[in-house]
Design a protein around this ligand. Structure first.
Ligand code: ZN
Length: 138
């Protein structure tokens, strides 16, 4: 048991929020990355994933959950990956604070506004492009 506990300490167990469950049907989303899926047309099963890559990550995460006896609504990711995401969120948090402070000053020029927007975009891009992956035992 001790060995298993040590092993598990390398991972965060995350619970997938079910807040959005009631909103399903408004926008069908990829089961892995949560991006909105294009409306499916024609016969056949409705699409569940935006890409083969997302389908594979979802499958891998379910395999891992099964190995670790987690529930359907839990998944594992590495601490490194979660920390990287937290760092990106922190940078965005700081950028928002800076821009809100700067906007409070009465005089803005086109240049100062462009600078703020650039800072926000720079801070937000890594989060918008982030693709989370399940932890894989190597
Ligand atoms: Zn996807």
């Amino acid at each position: 048991m001790t060995q298993e506990a040590d092993y598990l300490s390398y991972y965060f167990v995350m619970t997938i929020s079910t807040d959005m469950a009631g909103q399903q049907g408004i926008d069908k989303r990829c089961r892995w990355c949560r991006h909105v899926l294009a409306a499916s047309t024609g016969p056949g099963r409705p699409k569940e994933f935006c890409s083969q890559r997302c389908r594979q990550w979802d499958w891998v995460s379910r395999q891992r959950a099964s190995e670790l006896a987690l529930s359907e609504n839990e998944l594992v990711m590495t601490r490194d990956e979660l920390d990287a995401l937290k760092d990106q969120m922190y940078v965005l948090h700081c950028a928002l604070n800076d821009v809100q402070t700067d906007l409070a000053s009465p005089r803005q020029t086109k240049e100062s506004l462009l600078e703020m927007l650039g800072w926000l975009i720079q801070a937000a891009e890594p989060i918008a492009a982030a693709s989370l992956t399940p932890a894989i035992r190597s």
